[in-house]
Design a protein around this ligand. Structure first.
Ligand code: ATP
Ligand code: NCN
Length: 196
């Protein structure tokens, strides 16, 4: 039997994608068994308001601009055709059915792991998939059930406390934040007058 292609799924709203996201994806794909990482652009996180979001296709375009010259990281629009809000358990089931030759692993920051117990059918996710967790500065404790869980692997990765919120607010205040984004993304954000 041939080994399944191992894909890491990095979900996010990416409004916009920034160097924090890219450095994590780059680090993980080079320091794990993952063959590729797919940056899955989420139309609507069930726990966030959609109102303040840039259009789905503009966010996807920025992920393409940031990743298209690196074969191991790919942009995915798989959630665009699925019901909203975007429940991760549904997306995983859809992907596993569509790509039976691939093994999917979830990637998330420690901050997201702390609230995983509030996600839809999180027990099903943990039964069927492994999760790679990277460190992030965040408040609150990790729920007992996720400590030393057989499906959760913690991996060391650099910590860069950058957020899309910081970038959006900075641009609104007229700041030049060029080095916080891939240069093509920064150029596009400027040309399109996003977040002004
Ligand atoms: N600087 C960072 N380092 C590592 N992971 C990050 C960083 N910023 C965001 N992430 C993670 O990337 C995923 C997608 O993030 P998201 O698109 O929500 O970005 P964000 O910067 O947190 O956005 P916002 O500020 O709009 O909430 C989430 O799992 C989030 O925890
Ligand atoms: O499935 C859920 O119940 C669920 C609850 C909260 C967040 N998520 C997903 O987690 C991903 C990361 O969200 P974000 O906004 O932190 O980038 C995104 O794909 C969301 O759809 C999923």
């Amino acid at each position: 039997m041939t080994k399944k292609n191992s894909i890491g799924l990095y979900f996010g709203t990416f409004n916009p994608i920034h160097i924090g996201h890219l450095a994590i994806a780059n680090y993980l794909v080079e320091n794990s068994d993952l063959d590729e990482i797919w940056m899955v652009v989420t139309p609507h996180n069930p726990h966030k308001k959609k109102k303040t979001l840039l259009d789905d296709y503009q966010r996807l375009h920025m992920v393409h601009l940031a990743t298209d010259d690196y074969v191991k990281i790919k942009a995915s629009n798989i959630e665009f055709g699925l019901p909203q809000p975007s429940y991760t358990v549904n997306t995983l089931a859809h992907l596993s059915e569509k790509y039976p030759d691939k093994k999917f692993t979830l990637i998330m920051g420690e901050d997201n792991l702390k609230s995983l117990h509030k996600w839809k059918n999180y027990q099903v996710i943990l039964e069927d998939y492994s999760i790679i967790v990277y460190p992030r500065v965040s408040s609150g404790d990790l729920p007992e059930q996720f400590i030393n869980h057989s499906k959760i692997t913690k991996i060391d990765a650099p910590i860069m406390e950058i957020s899309s919120t910081m970038i959006r607010n900075g641009i609104k205040e007229g700041k030049d934040l060029r080095y916080f984004m891939h240069h093509q993304v920064q150029k596009y954000v400027e040309e399109m007058h996003f977040y002004k």
